[in-house]
Design a protein around this ligand. Structure first.
Ligand SMILES: C[S@@+](CC[C@H](N)C(=O)[O-])C[C@H]1O[C@@H](n2cnc3c(N)ncnc32)[C@H](O)[C@@H]1O
Length: 320
């Protein structure tokens, strides 16, 4: 089977964009600027980007993702839009430079759909999941030097406990960190299932409902490996620099700490007049979406309009 067909099959099997109708209505609403570029800083397979381009014929998309394995899927999906879609490899924290390199000036929308894609979770060789055994890796960008194994095998006990608590919400993080440090003296951790097993044994429970006891520890490690907190803050700051007046910022987060960062950024924006929040409370998936796409269940979407931007809301608007 040729590569491209295989990619289509893989993607159709595993990836569903979250809150896609809500994303399209945020960028396509009648009072949003409709002539310019949407920056999709977490392009994935390009599901949201394709929906936006289909719904809004005057918009164009610059799609960026740090994972070189995902980009061919996005390229396939967006090929039919021709020059209305550009795809680049890079991180959210590089968006300023990528926009400059692309010579793009008029940015009317900014989308961040945070976290990992189903394609990353479902490939055990990427090490994001304990559903199957894989190397303890978790890098979305393979050029990063530090893997999850590096953190697990070298951080001291207190730092590990703090990480599991703050980035994963694991309330018994000290117990988990202690078990890890004790066991790694015998042999360093290399595989996802070995780590998941130690966490489950340290917590002494089978998890509540369908949540595996290692879920929070794995989330914390993934966030640290990919510096997700810092990437989010830099992505929000870039959005503020680039969006024209009335331009839309849409962020989908899957973690309460992350949603808190977006919420505080927008409250500050409302106070200083740089953003007008369009969602008072985060928008959550409805019952149908939550049932049909279990990964959407923890999603929260916040949207806002850029206000008092120094960039003109005209077709020639350019950054100062
Ligand atoms: C949830 S998926 C996005 C799915 C996409 N919205 C769609 O509908 O197909 C998140 C994607 O963002 C990428 N990503 C996460 N953090 C990133 C960052 N800081 N810079 C660039 N890409 C990032 C991941 O590699 C992953 O492919």
């Amino acid at each position: 089977m040729i590569e491209r067909e295989k990619r289509r099959e893989d993607q159709a099997r595993v990836h569903v964009s979250v809150l896609a109708d809500e994303v399209v209505s945020a960028f396509g609403s009648s009072d949003a600027p409709r002539d310019g570029w949407i920056v999709d800083g977490t392009l994935g397979v390009g599901g949201h980007a394709a929906r936006i381009l289909d719904a809004c014929p005057t918009l164009r998309v610059l799609g960026v993702d740090q994972d070189p394995e995902i980009l061919p899927f996005a390229q396939d999906n967006l090929a039919r839009f021709g020059s209305r879609a550009r795809v680049r490899r890079g991180r959210v924290s590089m968006l300023d430079a990528l926009l400059d390199e692309e010579g793009i000036e008029r940015v009317v929308g900014w989308l961040l759909d945070l976290g990992a894609s189903s394609l990353q979770f479902d490939r055990r060789e990427r090490g994001f999941s304990f559903a199957g055994d894989g190397p303890l890796d978790m890098r979305m960008d393979p050029d990063r030097e530090r893997t999850a194994a590096d953190i697990v095998n070298t951080w001291d006990e207190n730092d590990l406990a703090d990480l599991f608590f703050h980035e994963g919400g694991e309330t018994r993080s000290r117990k988990v960190a202690q078990a890890i440090v004790e066991l790694r003296r015998r042999a360093p951790f290399r595989r996802t299932l070995a780590l998941a097993d130690v966490v489950a044994r340290a917590l002494g429970r089978g998890g509540s409902g369908d949540v595996h006891p290692a879920t929070r520890v794995f989330q914390a490690l993934r966030r640290a490996v990919n510096e997700e907190g810092d990437e989010l803050v830099r992505g929000l700051e870039s959005a503020e620099r680039w969006l024209v007046d009335g331009g839309r910022l849409v962020v989908i987060s899957f973690h309460s700490g992350e949603d808190g960062v977006v919420k505080r950024f927008l409250s500050r924006g409302e106070k200083d007049g740089s953003f007008q929040p369009l969602t008072k409370k985060p928008v959550r998936p409805g019952a149908f979406e939550a049932r049909s796409n279990p990964r959407s269940r923890s999603a929260s979407l916040r949207a806002a309009a850029r206000t008092r931007s120094r960039l003109e809301n005209s077709t020639s608007g350019a950054r100062p």
